[in-house]
Design a protein around this ligand. Structure first.
Ligand SMILES: Nc1nc2c(ncn2[C@@H]2O[C@H](COP(=O)(O)OP(=O)(O)OP(=O)(O)O)[C@@H](O)[C@H]2O)c(=O)[nH]1
Ligand SMILES: [Mg+2]
Length: 337
């Protein structure tokens, strides 16, 4: 393991691939790898690319990577596959679309299957990001299908999150998923060669503006607050105006500009001090999650399954309430509350 970690540190691709497989399959391996490599991380610009299925995220990632490579920065790509059987072909599709990048030694591509628990997926993605960061990839692109909370969690791993929409997916406003405006640093209307893209751009801009003047937008009658902290509101120079860009990923149109704006966002985060704020927020979330997992594992290890099962039955039969059951579990592990 130590030899492998050394190889990863100097950027050996085979070692990186091997270590990723180990940390995906084995929690203990993940622990020691991250412990050993953590001090080498924190240098990469992590960019999340999310949005509804089929909007052209993979094609866009492909194009973005090509543009960034012109500046000689090394690019790591992580594509998180949707677990839904309806989009089960995505893995192969992504491989095909990203194939023309694979000859470039400055690019490392990894697909991750979204099996297992969702929180676990976010954790694993975070660990693979750290590994690529430690291996010297200066820019890391993480593609996820924006369908739910899990994707929002994964997106929170990123410094810069772009949400990719496409025209002609029904009523434009309806396609904007709850929470998307909260996580987007950049909005991209891809497939701008399709009819209706102007309308989509306009609708998104209007929604952003509405949200910025009121601090929230209405979505199916639910109020969604727009990303603008109290601090942002009191000091408008620190506030990032979410830009709406249009691209045609299949022929590269608009991608140079998209990359420029992405780097401008990084500069904005660094100058305003928000880079470290985001790092802190991410670390807080990560530690919280690890703590939960650890507690649960400890309780499982210390209280026999039969004991835990008895408590579950007792709660189901209304002999005790769930809070008391947890008190009981804690008592049995010798933890004090
Ligand atoms: N007309 C047009 N088609 C595009 C554009 N970008 C991507 N496509 C096509 O749209 C389809 C889906 O592209 P992908 O890049 O796989 O989309 P995705 O968002 O990664 O898809 P999932 O990962 O399955 O959610 C492919 O057939 C692409 O060739 C574009 O700008 N214009
Ligand atoms: Mg894709």
């Amino acid at each position: 393991m130590n030899a492998l970690i050394e190889q990863v540190r100097i950027g050996r691709r085979r070692a990186i691939a091997q270590l990723i497989t180990q940390i995906e399959n084995n929690d203990t391996a993940a622990r020691s790898a991250i412990k050993a490599l953590y001090s080498d991380t924190g240098k990469a610009h992590i960019i999340g690319i999310t949005g509804p299925p089929g909007t052209g995220k993979s094609t866009l990632v492909n194009g973005i990577a090509k543009v960034i490579r012109k500046s000689d920065l090394r690019v790591g790509i992580i594509a998180v596959d949707p677990s839904s059987p309806f989009t089960g072909g995505a893995l192969l599709g992504d491989r095909v679309r990203m194939r023309d990048l694979s000859g470039d030694v400055g690019i490392f591509i990894r697909s991750m299957a979204s099996r297992g628990s969702l929180g676990g997926l976010a954790r694993m993605t975070g660990n693979v990001v750290k590994l690529l960061d430690a291996a010297g990839y200066e820019v890391i692109l993480v593609e996820t299908v924006g369908a739910g909370q899990a994707e929002v969690d994964i997106a929170s791993t990123a410094h810069t999150t772009m949400v990719v929409e496409a025209p002609g997916m029904g009523d434009e406003i309806q396609t904007i998923k709850a929470g998307i405006l909260e996580i987007a640093d950049l909005l991209v209307v891809n497939k701008a060669d399709r009819p209706g893209s102007d309308r989509t751009v306009k609708a998104l801009k209007a929604m952003l503006q509405m949200g910025q003047s009121r601090g929230y937008v209405d979505h199916h009658g639910k109020k969604i607050s727009v990303k603008m902290s109290e601090k942002d509101r009191s000091d408008s120079s620190e506030h990032w105006q979410v830009p709406v860009l249009d691209t045609v990923a299949t022929d590269g149109k608009g991608i140079e500009e998209l990359v420029e704006v992405t780097f401008a966002h990084k500069t904005h985060l660094q100058k305003s001090g928000q880079w470290f704020q985001r790092e802190k927020a991410r670390c807080r979330q990560e530690i919280g999650q690890l703590l939960q997992t650890r507690y649960l594992a400890e309780i499982r290890a210390r209280v026999p399954t039969t004991e835990r099962e008895k408590l579950i039955v007792a709660v189901a039969e209304r002999r005790i309430d769930p809070y008391s059951a947890v008190d009981e579990l804690f008592a049995q592990t010798n933890y004090r509350d």
